[in-house]
Design a protein around this ligand. Sequence first.
Ligand SMILES: NC(=O)c1ccc[n+]([C@@H]2O[C@H](COP(=O)([O-])OP(=O)(O)OC[C@H]3O[C@@H](n4cnc5c(N)ncnc54)[C@H](OP(=O)(O)O)[C@@H]3O)[C@@H](O)[C@H]2O)c1
Length: 283
Amino acid sequence: MSKTVTFPQAITLPAIGQGSWYMGEDPSLRKKEIAALQAGLECGLKLIDTAEMYADGGAEQVVGEALSGRRDSAWLVSKVYPWHAGEVDAIEACERSLSRLKTDYLDLYLLHWRGSVPLEETIRAMETLQQQGKIRQWGVSNFDIDDMHELWQEAGGNACATNQVLYHLASRGIEYALLPECQQRQIPLMAYCPLAQAGRLRRDLLHNGALNQLAQQKGISIAQLLLAWVIRKEGVIAIPKASSVAHVQENAAALNVSFSSEELATINQQFPPPTGKLPLDVV
Ligand SMILES: NC(=O)c1ccc[n+]([C@@H]2O[C@H](COP(=O)([O-])OP(=O)(O)OC[C@H]3O[C@@H](n4cnc5c(N)ncnc54)[C@H](OP(=O)(O)O)[C@@H]3O)[C@@H](O)[C@H]2O)c1
């Protein structure tokens, strides 16, 4: 069965979306990137993740072009730099993102990582953006469990819709505390770098003999194995970046892959779950 994830406000989405980091950097790839994003939407990969940071706004422009005439088919996420996350600056940063994305609202707006602006100020800015109809929901990214506890203690902090964090088979630290607590609070996690950047973050992943054998037995690619593994748990959505239609279609098919407990045990032998609290991995 195709896996889904439910965000607050009863928004249910396919558990794989699309990333956009590095899109918009090379004009010669623009058409290909737009076609890939559009193919992803057609395969049901509804969530598109971008940020003012990516290609200095260039990725938002690519996404905006991909969404021309089909804005409502996507669930659009962008992110604000920590140094733009103050009460006034965040409104202006969001307006610039909306203009590059050629839309009048974001479905979700995230604080990209924690900076020196007090959380309280960022929450007020997010609330203002919601009241103005510029964003539907807000959340955070790269917050470890202690940051989440601080956030939840702030007035309005419980409205945080998600935390976007690094999660792939070779980086399982969030499974110890962050993921269980977010699951318990019914806050979905967005897994970035679910393919470990196609192995650049952990080359051993793609070349692991046991994983390759398992993928072969299941008739899937190693990328599909990695994605299906990331979304095997409740409340996790993976946002791989893919800039070819072939990759996007391959990734979408991972929504229907599941694992037996024996298969999961084989995977655990290669990349064991955490046995204690580890610092949150970031890129
Ligand atoms: N919040 C944060 O701080 C943060 C940090 C990093 C990333 N992110 C978000 O998360 C998204 C995903 O992370 P990421 O882009 O860093 O890494 P990723 O999704 O783990 O890996 C992207 C790489 O995988 C390749 N790929 C995609 N599908 C594939 C397939 N089926 N088979 C083989 N290779 C495949 C892509 O190649 P092609 O492009 O050639 O298809 C690209 O080189 C980002 O794009 C961004 O939106 C957020």
